[in-house]
Design a protein around this ligand. Structure first.
Ligand code: CU
Length: 154
């Protein structure tokens, strides 16, 4: 029989390891099919679903594309019947959750998209994550009404 103190430590060790695993887990991101609305008024909304299958949180810090002057993270809020877009610096992608961008809600906004962003076309977009680094996706350009319909079916 080992001394009692050793037995207590042996019992505690799995608990300690479990806590460490929860706090220091790795994110494991799955990025869904990305779609953009054909540009209107010098901008275009991009929607995509990001799922974190891992056990560690991540943060979307921004996005970039050669097809636009800038990409911003926007949240549309309706206040007193008026839709207003807020720009977010970053967006949490918590472990075990799916963050859905939707038209008229959370979206990525292309600022001054170029002529490659046209209905039926595609363009590359890079998402920048704090822990998962840069993730590239190909974005399909559709009509705004198709973007809304697809989101409603999800
Ligand atoms: Cu916007």
């Amino acid at each position: 029989m080992p001394p009692p103190r050793v037995r207590v430590l042996a019992l505690l060790l799995p608990v300690v390891l479990l806590v460490v695993a929860c706090a220091g887990g790795e994110p494991d991101l799955e990025i869904g099919h990305a779609r953009a609305a054909e540009p209107a008024g010098g901008s275009s909304q991009v929607v995509v679903a990001i799922t974190n299958h891992g056990d560690g949180d991540d943060v979307l810090e921004g996005a970039s594309t050669p097809a636009a002057a800038a990409v911003e993270i926007h949240l549309t809020e309706v206040d007193d019947g008026r839709a207003q877009m807020l720009e977010l610096d970053e967006l949490d992608i918590p472990a075990g959750e799916t963050v859905r961008f939707r038209p008229g809600s959370l979206h990525l906004m292309l600022v001054l998209p170029d002529e490659s962003v046209e209905r039926g076309g595609t363009f590359p977009l890079v998402l920048h994550f704090d822990r998962s680094g840069e993730q590239s996706v190909e974005v399909e350009v559709v009509g705004y009404e198709d973007l809304v319909d697809d989101a409603a079916q999800e």
